[in-house]
Design a protein around this ligand. Structure first.
Ligand code: F6R
Length: 317
């Protein structure tokens, strides 16, 4: 599935946004979704962080924050369209009178969007949500553009980093071998946090291992001390795009004899770097699954969690 990402992304560039945009200035933007859908919110948050004059928040919860109002734009993302947290958050936003737009491949969320006349983008079905990342991201960027929010000027060009090449493949393999039999800690700057978080999630879901994320500069104010006596099982992956602060982090860890891999990002703008990082992380997690002889596709524990939620909560739109 990952090898086809460039092809999938190119197709997604043709997605249509259905709806009537509200002609107004929003006081805030909220992006909500869980797991492989929710990471799209983290990416957009990062891309808009220094540029947006409108506050933007990512919500991964059943509830909307108390300040959501009729002046909020709430973008609801769920690949399956059946995630309870996301459905509940969408209802909360509707009840607060917010402008709600939906990105889904089907499910209750899409039915809800169509029946309530909400703006929506329908993405292709049949993938694992995490493998649909480029589709969900492109669909959400299109939905935001529909409301006059231009997140990234040259999306088409940035997608080039999703082409499957022998270089991409060898970095992914190297990462998989490096992480094998360890508890990896992925360290990144704030702006590249979506790569670190997505890497962790991919290692959890595809490779069936635990992983930890640390974000710089906050890391330098607490976690840094924890490395003074590191456990043998720990290995560090430093997400690197030329930032001198991250060079310090790698040097610091190597001085303490912590096995450290510097994950060099390709790409000449933030979106390209994030796409590249997410792409290589995904492939690495598949190679690690092979090394560990586990099936990357099935996620039984997530199914069990969702069954529990479904047995306790019902959402009636
Ligand atoms: C599965 C995956 C999960 C789901 C999450 C929410 O591939 O990545 O993290 O994304 O359970 O489900 P959806 O995306 O269908 O709302």
């Amino acid at each position: 599935m990952y090898i086809k990402w460039y092809e999938l992304a190119t197709k997604a560039m043709g997605y249509e946004v259905i709806g009537k945009p509200a002609i107004k200035e929003f006081k805030d933007i909220i992006i909500t979704g869980m797991g492989g859908s929710g990471i799209v919110g983290d990416v957009i948050y990062s891309l808009l962080y220094t540029r947006s004059r409108t506050p933007i928040t990512v919500v991964k919860d059943f509830r909307m924050p108390g300040w959501v109002s009729k002046d909020s734009l709430v973008c609801v993302i769920s690949y399956s369209g059946n995630t309870l947290e996301t459905l509940s958050a969408a209802l909360d936003a509707m009840n607060a009178g917010a402008e709600v737009c939906v990105v889904a491949s089907g499910g209750k969320l899409l039915e809800f969007a169509i029946s309530k006349g909400l703006t929506y983008v329908k993405v292709d079905q049949g993938l694992a949500p995490r493998a649909a990342f480029p589709l969900l991201l492109i669909a959400t960027l299109k939905a935001l553009e529909f409301y006059g929010i231009n997140v990234h000027g040259n999306l088409g060009r940035s997608l080039n980093v999703l082409k499957y090449t022998s270089e991409v493949d060898s970095v992914a393999k190297e990462l998989a071998f490096f992480i094998f039999n360890s508890l990896p800690v992925i360290l990144s700057s704030c702006r590249l946090y979506p790569i670190a978080m997505r890497f962790k999630n991919e290692l959890n879901e595809n490779s069936k291992i635990m992983a930890k994320v640390e974000v710089i500069p906050e890391w330098g104010h607490n976690d840094i001390v924890g490395w003074e006596l590191p456990l043998d099982v720990i290995r560090a992956v430093v997400v690197y795009d030329g930032d001198p602060l991250m060079e310090f982090v790698a040097r610091f860890l190597r001085d303490l004899k912590v096995p450290t891999y510097v994950f060099n990002l390709e790409g000449d703008d933030l979106l390209s770097k994030i796409l590249y990082g997410v792409y290589v992380a995904g492939l690495a997690s598949i190679y690690l699954a092979e090394l560990r002889k586990v099936d990357p596709v099935v996620t039984r524990s997530i199914d069990r969690y969702k069954e529990f939620l479904n047995s306790r909560i019902s959402i009636n739109a």
